[in-house]
Design a protein around this ligand. Structure first.
Ligand code: SF4
Ligand code: MSK
Length: 638
């Protein structure tokens, strides 16, 4: 039997511990068990000094200098580490921008009348994005403007003579000048990915610093892809507004057909959310008195939470545990962060795992190919499969943990500005800036990124949030980080009352009351999915422009306390390029290249102002971020 201590080492969520105990009883393997069977991990891989870039390898560099100091071709440890990092950024960029490209095609089909299930839901956002891109709306219908924005989006993927529009129009002028000076302005998203793959190929670039700058250029293409993903999702599905909901595995219902929406892109899940009510009667007739119950997992979950208030069951490392409850009838997935192990677990239960995207199939899962042209039909077909699966659910096998947290999510940039405008309608940013200047708010920290099996789930997020909140740091969160905050009750007014320092509490109470909440704003503002990190950068850019300083002067920091994916590496890199001190709570595979590690944590500060802070202890990490905030405040003379 797993001891309580062993369970607590795996996850700090009580619902998770409960399910892990069940898994152990049923001898069902989860990610934590498989992780243990991987031990000991390859030291070369952990240090980043294993190269497989050609068939003469793999070559490995001995970090202690006792074995090989160069690869067969002569590549040094720093060259290998920098090349590996560049390729990870390329993969992350491909994922985020693939998501954005998908939405651009959807928007184009919508504009051309080929996708009637995708009307333009936010015309104001469409106009704002068009204006930002310099696309005139004069005399154009909504569809014509949407078509022009979709064309501009698709044009951003290929090599052009001008910078990627979604990067250049969403940063400060100071950043543009810095990026140009260092030759890191991407002129096409796909071409930036292709270029770093070329740069890191056998026998091309061996200069570690040049390779890192190539990685930054690709990461700025990632920023563009993320921003495009957020903008186009808002145009098609609506810009999120504060929405109350719930989180944890307790959101599953024993008397409903439970359908879990998992992955990243709202293109299918939003339509499922739109049509679910229409099939409630069918679910009731099948014996589920509570009808259809949609729940979210990972960033698809964040998207539908922000726009439809759909409860969030879990995220990331604990996704298998949702299936283990025996209550999920269908888990429908799009792409990214979906563990292949889900199909084995689904087979052990009555759960139907359904893949929907041509590039993301899983052996053992059913595949229902998605297309925008028949989105509502596909959505209904998936829900009906859930109703069928429900009929074979064995109530004796259902074990839903009781835990449920309340959540207030949906803090898009627009929602934050609109809340602030209730305090000062002529100058909404003024209350935020005034309170940063007077010290009520010391600075801002964006929590992003995943859970990682190497870290006790959520522990770094929760510890750091509490540490920084008591020091009056305003906290934002996205992705699985926002999920961690949700699971532990930190997206509530009560958490602000309990954990915020006096200054932060006073500001959040004033804004919360002006917004008609019963209390202060939640301790952590949930800004959305991984691509929605750009919502936080938009707020920072607006503040920087108003103060007439560049981003690298602001008391704004970022943290990925439990990062996992290549996407997290890409985001972390653009956050550093944007000028932010950026913490990572898991040691990335770069330590084998001493010079590279030094550039990333120190020398890069002289280039972009931002830098990486690698710290696995959450209390120390919070302390280091606070130091960085204080240094910035000093620089501003406040
Ligand atoms: Fe070895 Fe060089 Fe080939 Fe890498 S590129 S596997 S270091 S020979
Ligand atoms: S889902 S990228 S585990 S945040 Fe965006 Fe979570 Fe990380 Fe995937």
């Amino acid at each position: 039997m797993l001891t309580q201590k062993e369970l607590q080492k795996r996850t700090m969520t009580e619902d998770g511990q409960l399910m892990l105990r069940e898994a152990y009883r049923g001898q069902i393997e989860t990610i934590w068990d498989r992780f243990e069977t991987q031990a000991p991990h390859c030291g070369f891989g952990e240090l980043g000094t294993c190269c497989r870039n050609c068939m003469q390898g793999p070559c490995r560099i001995d970090p202690f200098g006792e074995g090989a100091t160069l690869g067969a071709c002569g590549a040094s440890a720093d060259t290998i580490v920098a090349r590996n990092l560049g390729r990870a950024i390329a993969a992350g960029t491909a994922a985020h921008s693939g998501h954005a490209k998908h939405l651009a095609h959807t928007l184009l089909k919508s504009a051309e009348g080929k996708a009637p299930d995708y009307p333009i839901r936010d015309e104001a956002k469409l106009k704002a994005v068009a204006q930002r891109l310099g696309i005139s709306g004069d005399g154009k219908s909504t569809e014509e403007l949407a078509r022009d924005v979709a064309h501009a989006a698709l044009a951003d993927f290929s090599e052009k003579e001008t910078p990627v529009a979604w990067a250049a129009t969403n940063v400060t002028q100071g950043r543009i000048e810095t990026f140009m000076k260092h030759g890191v302005v991407p002129t096409g998203i796909d071409s930036a990915i292709s270029e770093i793959m070329h740069q890191t190929a056998y026998g091309v670039d061996a200069d570690p610093v040049n390779l890192l700058l190539g990685g930054v250029k690709c990461a700025l293409a990632d920023f563009a892809g993320c921003h495009m993903g957020t903008d186009l999702a808002d145009i098609l599905f609506g810009t999120p507004k504060p929405t109350a909901s719930t989180a944890n595995l307790g959101v599953l219902k024993s008397d409903a057909v439970n359908i879990a929406l998992h992955g990243h892109n709202p293109v299918l899940s939003d339509v499922i959310a739109q049509v679910a009510n229409e099939l409630d009667e069918e679910a009731k007739n099948a014996g589920a008195p509570a009808g259809i119950n949609l729940v979210g997992i990972c960033c698809t979950g964040n998207e539908v939470l922000m726009r439809h208030g759909i409860p969030s069951a879990t995220h990331s490392v604990s996704q298998e545990l949702a299936v283990l409850t025996g209550a999920v009838d269908v888990m429908v997935v799009d792409y990214q962060c979906i563990m292949p192990s889900l199909s084995t677990l689904a087979e052990c239960n009555h759960t139907k795992l359904i893949t929907t995207m041509p590039i993301a199939k899983i052996p053992g899962a059913s595949h229902i190919e998605f297309s925008e042209e028949k989105a509502r039909d596909t959505a209904k077909e998936i829900i009906r499969q859930g109703i069928e699966a429900f009929k074979s659910r064995d109530p004796k096998e259902v074990n839903i943990p009781p835990q449920q947290s309340t959540v207030l999510a949906g803090f898009s940039t627009e929602a934050i500005i609109s809340a602030l405008s209730l305090v000062d309608k002529d100058d909404p940013l003024k209350p935020l800036i005034d309170n940063i200047v007077n010290g009520n708010i010391q600075g801002v920290c964006l929590f992003a990124g995943c859970n990682n099996v190497r870290v006790t789930q959520d522990s770094n997020f929760v510890t750091m949030a509490k540490e920084l909140a008591k020091e009056n740091v305003l906290l934002l969160a996205t992705g699985c980080g926002a999920g961690a905050m949700a699971r532990h009750g930190l997206l509530t007014s009560e958490a602000t009352d309990k954990y915020a320092g006096d200054g932060l509490k006073a500001v959040f109470t004033a804004v919360g009351e002006a917004a008609g909440l019963d209390g202060p704003l939640p301790l952590v503002l949930h800004m959305g999915s991984c691509v929605d990190n750009v919502r936080a950068s938009d707020v920072a850019v607006a503040v920087a422009d108003k103060l007439e300083v560049d981003l690298d002067k602001l008391p704004v920091v970022a943290s990925a306390p439990e990062p996992t994916t290549e996407k997290a590496i890409a985001i972390g890199t653009w956050a550093v390029a944007a000028g932010l001190p950026t913490h990572v709570g898991v040691v990335p595979p770069v330590l084998g290249g001493a010079a590279v590690a030094n550039v990333l944590t120190d020398e890069i500060k002289g280039i972009f102002g931002g830098y990486f802070i690698v710290e696995t202890d959450p209390v120390s990490a919070a302390g280091k971020l606070l130091e960085a905030i204080k240094e910035r405040r000093k620089g501003l003379g406040i």
